[in-house]
Design a protein around this ligand. Structure first.
Ligand SMILES: *Cc1c(COP(=O)(O)O)cnc(C)c1O
Length: 398
């Protein structure tokens, strides 16, 4: 079957603007508050607090900066081990290394594609002294945050929640980005709402928020001249970015509804294929459906090989693999993406420990990476465009 390629590319997840963004940016421009101080910053911090229910939000240059300051606030020092989600984007883990920490990767569970609480429990048996855990809500699906939080509490460890992909998602009725002692969100260009860039540290701790704020503006002490007693960073959000985010936040719930619509249509379109969508626990969690993903049943996989930087496969009738589907999507001018490659398989982290739920048990993250992929999830995609994408995926299984 030949499916006509799109004239205009259908993206994985690109920015969607509405108009109010430009009004707030223009206001910043016209009043000359274009730097890292101004009304947009003050308002967006307050609005994010109201939206998520957290008491303090510190607007920063990006989500990675928020994670870095969260790591510092958690007291990670050189040589300290930190338990990290394994299937995530590298920005979750890099800040651990900025502080000289040693990531230990915790395997994934099939139920949410997030950190496996059983593997986390086992990691604390192996490394009882670990004091910091970073949990990610992959693709907008909350991790089992209650279980993870309880395990942290039992071991006196600080939980950092990386909610960069999950703004607007809830777990047991509560917004993600509020379960950790320190939490990070992101307004990067591909996220559910964007400031073009930007991020925030969220916390209920007044003192931590004040320290992060100070660190983010070069740690200037209160003095008539530049006076420093601490190491500083240039991590503050600009008032222009904040204006963009202000305009976008109005539409966050609408974006979530559109993303959910896309997810449900894929699910229906693939219901008779040997695949399933990225899972979540119904009744317990309401993802923001940032990216729709699928995973191919084990017995419906054709042979696929991946080296460090290349992939190939052998086509087989009735079967497929992520490489074949990604090629089929590219052929119709649509952008898919492999599942984020697990951190323990990354050359840069090859020396780090990786803990599965039982000694010698299967590597869940590697399995999801091998059999899964991210589908075009752009909210400007029309139903008709999505139908063509569904047809292209279906054709791979013929
Ligand atoms: C995007 C992302 C980040 C980093 O956010 P930036 O704002 O791009 O620095 C961190 N963690 C995860 C899981 C992300 O997807």
């Amino acid at each position: 079957m030949d499916i006509k390629p799109f004239d205009k590319k259908v993206w994985l997840s690109s920015p969607t603007m509405h108009g109010e963004e430009l009004e707030y940016v223009t206001e910043a421009y016209n009043t000359n508050w274009v730097s890292t101080v101004g009304e947009n910053i003050n308002v967006i911090e307050k609005e994010i607090c109201e939206y998520t229910g957290v008491s303090r939000a510190v607007a920063l240059s990006c989500g990675t900066a928020a994670l870095h300051l969260a790591i510092k606030l958690s007291g990670v020092k050189a040589g300290d081990r930190v338990f990290c989600t394994d299937v995530t984007f590298g920005a979750t883990v890099n800040p651990v290394v900025y502080e000289g920490g040693i990531p230990v990767f915790i395997d994934t569970e099939y139920g949410t594609w997030n950190m496996c609480p059983e593997a986390l429990r086992r990691a604390f048996e192996l490394y009882p002294d670990v004091k910091v855990v970073i949990a990610v809500n992959l693709y907008g699906t909350p991790a089992r945050l209650d279980e993870i939080r309880e395990i942290c509490r039992e071991h006196g460890a600080t939980l950092i929640e990386d909610a960069a992909e999950s703004l607007g998602a809830t777990y047991k009725g509560r917004q993600t980005g509020t379960f950790g002692k320190y939490n990070a969100i992101s307004f990067n260009g591909n996220k559910i709402i964007t400031g073009s860039s930007g991020g925030m540290l969220l916390t209920d701790c007044d003192e931590a928020a004040a320290r992060a704020r100070k660190w983010s503006t070069q740690s200037r002490d209160n003095a008539p001249w530049y006076q420093h007693t601490e190491l500083g960073y240039n991590y503050r959000m600009s008032n222009i970015i904040a204006g963009m985010v202000r305009g976008q936040l109005i539409y966050l719930d609408k974006h979530v509804a559109r993303k959910k619509h896309i997810y449900e249509r894929y699910k229906a379109g693939f219901s008779d294929l040997p695949v399933s969508m990225n899972p979540y626990i119904e009744g317990e969690m309401q993802p923001n459906f940032w990216l729709s993903c699928l995973i191919i049943d084990k017995d419906a996989m054709c042979p696929q090989q991946r080296s460090d930087c290349e992939a190939s496969y052998i086509p087989q009738s009735g079967k497929s693999c992520p490489t074949q589907i990604l090629e089929a999507l590219a052929a119709i001018n649509a952008e898919g993406r492999p599942i984020w490659k697990p951190m323990h398989l990354q050359p840069i982290f090859s020396g780090c420990d990786f803990v599965t739920k039982e000694q010698g048990s299967a590597d869940v993250g590697a399995d999801i990476f091998a059999r899964g992929l991210c589908l075009p999830s752009d909210i400007k995609m029309t139903d008709e465009e999505q139908d063509r994408i569904i047809a292209a995926v279906r054709a791979c299984f013929e």
